[in-house]
Design a protein around this ligand. Structure first.
Ligand code: PHB
Length: 395
């Protein structure tokens, strides 16, 4: 090939690369354009208030930094996932393929999370899970670009069993929505309850998001267990608490749960919620300056009381801020970004927590009781509890 011909070929390659945006434009965008953040959350259905609280919390963390991430402006995108697992992949791709987000924040429902997990693994896009506890996300299907800021489904209930046995409740009924979150919460409960010497007399379930509890409550009344333990959340949890009391079970058979049961629903549930004991990685009443300031600021900004979901959204923002600051806003510097996030200590309203190797929080689990429409802390049910992360191999 002649020298002249070689030169021509090279410059043609440069021109075509530049015109298709493969060379310079991408690098420039990564460092000075707006960071594209996509929320994939439920904005309708039984988990709608959870989605709103998570978004509020996230925005609050970012607003505390002057609305910027690593010095860059942010552009937000939103998709309502409706807590509908069958649309999980399609909805995640709206953000990843269509909107080309740099970060996907989502979601609440474990079944929908499986769709996000697939898209995150296939595309490599940074994904922050602000709630959904599905085990696989930080176990067999873990990924370097996926970080969870909430809990694994069995974490809160892993501390519940021994508490109930210690109170003398040796025979329990378990009731939940039958899907990954309920089934995996049961795993944690079963392990802790049976290890402490308790017997599960019946495991009950109904499909998500069904709230026709009557027949099951009648069956519980007939079984007369020492106590009932459950996983429900959002609008369905408020109805379960009310129906439990209306069925005449309150005051006769004590009701326990993972703390989601009494999060964000205390107004809606009313007096029926008083006295319910739960285990959870947050409590409204945590008496720390950090939590008090958070609650005050959140109430001012959103004219609503924060709950665990707001805290998880806020912590998602805090984690991303730590990562983005470490790479001065260049989110394309992935190894350095992930390293900073893996090593982060999050100074959360729930208390300080760190990231496990599989990218799930290592955190304290509190024991709480509902008193005067507040989740009051009565102790620590488990200290620095981590998920097993079994089967996780980071690529
Ligand atoms: C879940 O589906 O993983 C889930 C949903 C709501 C909660 C907790 C877990 O409050």
């Amino acid at each position: 090939m002649s020298t002249r011909r070689l030169l021509l070929t090279r410059s043609a390659a440069v021109i075509s690369a530049a015109s298709t945006g493969l060379l310079l434009p991408q690098v420039v965008r990564a460092q000075s354009g707006k960071v594209r953040v996509g929320f994939m959350l439920p904005y309708t259905g039984t988990f709608s208030q959870l989605g709103v609280a998570i978004e509020n919390g996230f925005r609050m963390a970012i607003d505390e930094q002057g609305g910027k991430l690593g010095g860059r402006e942010i552009e937000y995108f939103k998709v309502d996932d409706e807590s509908e697992p069958s649309k999980g992949i399609e909805n995640a791709n709206k953000l990843v393929q269509r909107d080309k987000v740099d970060v996907l924040v989502g979601t609440v429902h474990s079944g929908v999370q499986m769709g996000i997990q697939k898209v995150a693994r296939d595309s490599g896009v940074l994904c922050l899970i602000p709630n959904a506890g599905v085990h696989a996300a930080t176990r067999a299907l873990c990924a370097p670009n996926v970080f969870r800021t909430s809990f694994s489904n069995s974490q809160p209930t892993r501390a519940l069993g021994q508490v109930m046995v210690a109170k003398g409740h040796k025979k329990a009924v378990w009731i939940t929505w039958k899907y990954a979150a309920g089934d995996e919460a049961f795993e944690g409960f079963k392990e802790s309850y049976t290890a402490a010497g308790g017997t599960i007399v019946k495991e009950m379930g109904l499909p998500f998001p069904n709230v026709e509890f009557q027949a099951l409550l009648t069956e519980i009344a007939a079984l007369k267990p020492d106590a009932v333990a459950c996983f429900f959340a959002g609008g369905g949890a408020a109805k379960f608490i009310r129906d439990y009391a209306a069925a005449g079970l309150k005051g006769k058979i004590p009701l326990y749960g993972s703390g989601f049961l009494t999060e964000g629903v205390l107004d809606a549930a009313g007096p029926a919620a008083e006295g319910i004991v739960t285990t959870m990685h947050y409590s409204d009443s945590l008496d720390t300056p950090r939590n008090k300031k958070f609650r005050l600021d959140y109430a001012k900004a959103f004219r609503a009381q924060p709950d665990v979901y707001a805290v998880q959204g806020y912590d998602t923002g805090l984690l991303l801020i730590q990562g983005a600051n470490a790479v001065k806003g260049d989110l394309s510097a992935k190894p350095a970004l992930y390293k900073a996030m893996e090593g982060a200590t999050i100074d959360s309203p729930r208390g300080k927590w760190t990231m496990s190797k599989a990218h799930n929080p290592v955190q304290d689990i509190y024991l709480r009781v509902v008193e005067n429409k507040e989740n009051k802390v009565t102790g620590i049910a488990a200290k620095a509890l981590s998920d097993s992360g079994v089967g996780c191999k980071m690529a």
